[in-house]
Design a protein around this ligand. Structure first.
Ligand code: ADP
Length: 276
């Protein structure tokens, strides 16, 4: 009899706990749903802005056949710039969504960091061919261990951080890339600039989706506001950390991230495999 009551109490307790878990799950689902709705609203707003500009430009071009050639060119350029902004936004948005839903198949391999930095610098020079870039200094020791990452995605992270550093630093400034070991298993990469800096209360929010100091409407630098959110997803997926430091407005910024290095035994095996 006592045993039966104890069993019943046990079952009741388990049920109560499952209800509590169910309540938790419900709250989590509601929070997720709110995030999803917010995201759709923000994305819609971000897309509507360039789309409106394109529409106004095309309408003016269609309705004013006597428009001066100069004004016509301005309208066309404006529509092209905003079309490109929409393309980048959709591309970055899809990349972020693939990363967040775990639909990326990583291809990890041992790589020297300098190789990825070189590829990122070439990509940056192609992207910003028409801009005067600040001086870019690479300070990477030849003693650095190999990193165990997906090279293509590491190049993506480096390109985005370098692109930002150049975007927010004028041509007389400097961007520096450094790296050092962080404990036994990680490498810390640092990209610093002498540009406009970040205020202390923004050091975390810059990694939020669509965060841009100027706001979407007054933006002059042409980004999507998704670059750092993408970098954070990639780095945290690999077990690393990413953060920003700055001494304040106009005092430059420093972005740091950590990535796994190849275990010592693994380096030897890789070296042997390469020799054969
Ligand atoms: P964006 O496409 O606007 O560059 P990001 O997610 O890469 O989007 O960056 C978000 C915001 O963080 C930028 O719009 C800018 O306000 C700030 N930011 C990023 N990198 C730097 C930097 N090196 N110096 C100053 N501000 C920066």
């Amino acid at each position: 009899m006592v045993e039966a009551i104890a069993t019943q109490i046990g079952v009741a307790l388990i049920q109560a706990e499952s209800f509590a878990n169910l309540e938790d799950l419900n709250q989590q689902l509601e929070a997720l749903d709110r995030t999803r709705s917010n995201l759709i609203a923000i994305t819609g707003h971000e897309l509507r802005t360039p789309l409106s500009t394109i529409q106004v430009c095309l309408e003016s071009l269609a309705s004013e056949p006597d428009m001066s050639p100069d004004l016509r060119q301005v309208m066309l350029n404006s529509a092209l710039v905003d079309g490109e902004r929409m393309r980048k936004l959709i591309q970055d948005f899809l990349t972020l969504s693939r990363l967040e839903s775990g639909r990326v198949e990583w291809r990890f391999e041992p790589l020297p960091l300098w190789e990825c930095v070189d590829l990122a610098l070439s990509s940056l020079q192609t992207r910003r061919m028409t801009t005067n870039l600040p001086q870019i200094v690479t300070q990477l020791s030849t003693e650095l261990p190999l990193v165990q990452v997906d090279g293509e995605w590491l190049v993506e992270v480096l390109t985005k951080l370098l692109d930002n550093a150049c975007k927010f630093t004028d041509a007389t400034g400097r961007v520096t890339i450094r790296a050092q070991r962080s404990g036994d298993t990680m490498l810390e990469v640092m990209i610093s600039d002498t540009g406009r800096g970040i205020e202390e209360n923004r050091l975390e929010t810059v990694f939020d989706r669509f965060y841009q100091e100027e706001g979407a409407l007054r933006r002059t630098t042409g980004g999507t506001g998704l670059g750092l959110a993408i970098c954070r997803q990639i780095i945290t997926n690999w077990g690393g950390k990413i953060w920003a430091e700055s001494s304040g407005k106009d005092l430059g910024s420093e972005f740091h991230f950590t990535i796994p290095i190849v275990a010592t035994g693994e380096t030897k095996r890789t070296a042997q495999r390469k020799r054969t």
